[in-house]
Design a protein around this ligand. Structure first.
Ligand code: NAG
Length: 91
């Protein structure tokens, strides 16, 4: 599970480099098809332990610009960037 996000980043950059367009983390993880990621979608992928890490919770809140507890495409991409910038987090 620790490698979940890294896998997605890898997978999606491959898709992008193949010119597949803006297919991203939303399409990968969105469980209810509303085009946005919920915290549950993220934790389902990252693993329960990630949900217990304050810095990851905080990162979700920072990325969630409009505060609706859902990440749209640009917010989700921002979230991935921020998570990868966290010290001691190798996703
Ligand atoms: C995502 O939400 C942010 C914050 O509300 C907004 O600024 C941005 O335009 C939205 N992006 C998309 C792709 O809907």
């Amino acid at each position: 599970m620790r490698n979940g996000l890294a896998w997605i980043v890898m997978c999606c950059s491959v898709v992008w480099s193949q010119g597949g367009g803006e297919i991203g983390i939303i399409e990968e993880l969105d469980s209810d098809g509303d085009g946005k990621l919920s915290w549950e979608d993220v934790i389902n992928d990252m693993g329960e332990s990630a949900g217990e890490r304050t810095e990851i919770v905080e990162t979700f809140k920072i990325a969630d610009e409009d505060g609706d507890n859902l990440l749209n495409e640009s917010e989700a991409n921002h979230f991935v960037e921020l998570v990868n910038d966290l010290p001691d987090t190798e996703y």
